[in-house]
Design a protein around this ligand. Structure first.
Ligand code: SAH
Length: 219
């Protein structure tokens, strides 16, 4: 890996390892998730001025009023998604800077990621190409529609919070598929895991979280 990707000082491998130790302390148990987060540079997904803070357990601005999700949330959502077993086709709504996409893509067969803000979609594509992660399909669209042509999915991860479960996403889940999604208004959102069963959908209500709102339309 070149030095820009590898990082140094506050963006070095040692800093990434400290982040992973902290994630374990916060209760993340999936070793595969931890290993992928230890080797994936997170600093290259944020502006240069913020790179020294990329491994702190915090969300950081990525422009357009959006944020890169904090490492704990990325790890937790990925772990929750993978609990059901290995996944082939995963739909991600809210590519943002592409960091969560990079983590997911190293743990499942293929990621289909949708972002409604064009410059974020473009930038994420460029960075993921630079990282040579190629099992990702990108789409600039309102993710509320899902990605019908590529459905059904075994897993769906939603990185922005709608106030209720989006009907089109529920429809695009395969039998046995799981969706991890924050639900609720800003300031009081709950992470949910939805599993599609023979008779409908099972909903588990998990921890309280803070996400940007799930918006309709594209820009
Ligand atoms: N995992 C991303 C999260 C970014 S924040 C990261 O760590 O960078 C959430 C993202 O969801 C934003 O980029 C926002 O533009 C996008 N988003 C919000 N509503 C959306 C929708 N309906 N369809 C697609 N993307 C959406």
């Amino acid at each position: 890996m070149n030095t820009h990707l590898q990082g140094s000082g506050m963006t070095s491998q040692r800093t990434r390892e400290r982040m992973v130790t902290r994630l374990e302390g916060q209760g993340i148990k999936n070793k595969k998730v931890l290993a992928v987060m230890a080797k994936t540079p997170r600093h290259i997904f944020v502006d240069e001025a913020l790179q020294s803070r990329a491994y702190e357990d915090t969300a950081l601005p990525i422009g357009f009023n959006q944020t890169i999700s904090q490492p704990y949330i990325v790890a937790r959502m990925t772990e929750l998604l993978l609990e059901a077993g290995p996944l082939k086709r995963v739909l991600e709504i809210g590519t943002g800077c592409g960091y969560q996409t990079a983590i997911l893509a190293q743990l499942v067969e293929h990621v289909f990621t949708v972002e409604r803000i064009l410059p974020l979609h473009d930038k994420a594509k460029t960075i993921l190409r630079e990282l040579k992660i190629d099992n990702i399909s990108f789409r600039h669209q309102d993710g509320g529609w899902g990605w019908e042509l590529k459905a059904p999915f075994d897993g769906i991860l939603v990185a922005a919070a709608p106030t209720e479960l989006p009907a089109m996403l529920l429809e695009q889940m395969a039998l046995g598929a799981v969706m991890v999604i924050p639900i609720g208004k800003y300031g009081s959102q709950e992470l949910q895991r939805v599993t599609r069963t023979e008779d409908g959908y099972d909903v588990e209500e998990l921890e309280m979280v803070n996400f940007v709102p799930f918006l309709s339309g594209k820009e």
